[in-house]
Design a protein around this ligand. Structure first.
Ligand code: UT7
Length: 329
């Protein structure tokens, strides 16, 4: 029997309307557009406003659009995986809430938490269910409402993050397209540099944790920066070597959008022309699990069937990895 491939057959994203500019951040903390743009490459980011609106609001819109675009009936979906570190609630999972809102009734659903690597972890996990022959329609969503865990008095973090969601459909194909290979890694050494101090079982929410502002993202940016550059460039090289891909064979590199300087450094170490690196960090900042689908979605009309694409991400945990994707349409 020939191998079943997991083809990515559609993509759709959702961006909230509100645009948080560097100029507005200048009114909120001691920062300025020049510092933010030169140190991160970010000009603006989107924020989901509105009482009672959780991350599922964006995930639902991304998946709704995906199902419409691909002509998929909700009853056909077998599995929904939602990559997020900002779920609506600790439980039930956001994937479950998305499925419920859209009438996806014949699926099992779960969340996957791998911070900024969430989308590529979830994509490769979903691909395995398709490649095994078990499932025919798998929805992978990357959705984060980072504004819900950002301290807008902390200039070191509030300038970086934004909110968004992106969703893809994976379906079986006899042709060699879709998720061709992946390599992922995790290292708990990273917990020290990037974490949320309270709200989990180690330090449950209390008056004290709220007073101490411990429910927000804590980041020591410099070490994260260094690990991110080394981690992504190293793992992309390994995946390319294993698949006998040279720089010329790869149409696009799609890096997680955390910092323009990280993206440039990774492209430099890979000796890969920056013109073939997808970059939209200036418009959306770091949307955690949504950065990679946001890039693919914006570039969709320029992609061609058979294009070799390398996705790579690095995030809290630490978590990192690379996916070799062959564009299917
Ligand atoms: O996506 C998940 C993984 N996360 C990442 O990949 C993020 C990796 N790290 C980074 O992107 C960068 O480290 C940051 C953008 C977070 C920070 O940039 P940096 O160049 O590492 O700055 P820094 O933290 O070393 O701070 C340099 C200076 C400091 O002032 P002094 O001590 O030199 O006087 C900061 O206080 O810049 C100051 N600073 C700011 N100034 C204006 C820090 N934040 C700001 C700010 N506006 N928003």
């Amino acid at each position: 029997m020939s191998k079943i491939h997991a083809a990515l057959t559609g993509i759709h994203c959702h961006l909230p309307d509100y645009v948080l500019t560097n100029a507005e951040l200048e009114q909120m903390v001691d920062t300025n557009d020049e510092w933010i743009y030169s140190r991160t490459g970010i000009r603006e980011r989107r924020i989901l406003k509105g009482e009672g609106k959780g991350v599922s609001v964006m995930g639902i819109e991304a998946v709704r659009g995906l199902l419409e675009k691909t002509g998929t009936d909700p009853s056909e979906v077998d599995l929904v995986i939602c990559a997020t570190v900002t779920p609506d609630m600790m439980f039930p999972d956001t994937a479950n809430l998305i499925a419920h809102a859209l009438g996806i009734k014949n699926a099992f659903c779960f969340d996957l938490a791998a911070a900024c690597s969430g989308f590529i972890y979830a994509l490769s996990t979903g691909a395995m269910y398709v490649q095994s022959g078990m499932y025919k329609k798998v929805v992978v969503v990357g959705s984060d409402k980072m504004s819900s865990i950002i301290d807008y008095t902390d200039r070191a973090t509030c300038i970086i993050f934004g909110d968004a969601a992106g969703a893809v459909l994976l379906e079986p194909s006899q042709e060699p397209v879709g998720v061709m290979d992946f390599m992922h890694r995790s290292d708990g050494v990273g917990q020290e540099f990037l974490h949320q101090k309270a709200g989990g079982s180690r330090r449950p929410a209390s008056r004290e944790t709220v007073d101490n502002r411990e429910h927000f993202v804590y980041q020591n940016g410099k070490p994260v920066f260094k690990y991110a550059v080394t981690g992504m460039s190293d793992i992309v090289q390994k995946v390319m070597k294993r698949n006998h891909l040279s720089q010329d064979d790869v149409a696009w590199v799609v890096p997680h959008q955390a910092n323009m300087r990280i993206i440039e450094a990774v492209a430099g170490l890979l000796n890969f022309p920056i013109e073939r690196v997808m970059i939209n960090i200036h418009k959306y900042g770091n949307t955690t699990a949504a950065t990679i689908p946001l890039c693919l979605w914006e570039w969709e009309s320029r992609l061609q069937r058979g294009d070799n694409i390398i996705l790579t991400a690095f995030g809290g945990g630490f978590t990192w990895g690379a996916v070799y994707l062959k564009w299917a349409y």
